[in-house]
Design a protein. Sequence first.
Length: 202
Amino acid sequence: MKNETKTSSKAKPQDAIELLTADHQAVKKLFDQFKKCKKADGSDDEKAAIVEEICTALTVHAQVEEEIFYPAMRDATQEDDLLDEAEVEHSTAKDLIADLETMQSGDDFYDAKVIVLSEYIEHHVKEEEGEMFPKAKKAKLDTEALGQEMAQRKAELMQELALLEDHEEDENADPVGSSQVVGGKSKPAPGAQSRTPKTKAA
């Protein structure tokens, strides 16, 4: 018990830049996994499962950045142009994500859109890690405090997503679920609705 207390007291909170970099690495692995699956003629279901993970990870990541990290950067630096470009890049990525979430994995241009999204994200990551993050460190941004706030918000968004998926599974089990009205709005057929939390417009 004494050793456990000592270990937990020394646990270092995750730094904001470390958290975002870890997200970048996780998404890159997912894109690599998709490319390997495509090359090996993997099934449509396999590809769709990977793309669902990609869309979820990117949507949550972008929302955390836009709600917390980018505003902190604007306050601490004079890098408005860099941050404006980053938010426009988010907006373009969200358009591709929205397209993928309404498509079936066997549709024309599905694979192409995933590859284009991967290339777009790769460019965005290079700019963040090569330009934005060094500027954040130079501005002495409190990345530790931001990291705690961002980790908490990320957990909240993932929890919201889990609840949404549970709700969709319950509706899919209902034979009339595809035409059911929830909260005054018609629910689309399974597979036609985004499973990811909505992000604000960039």
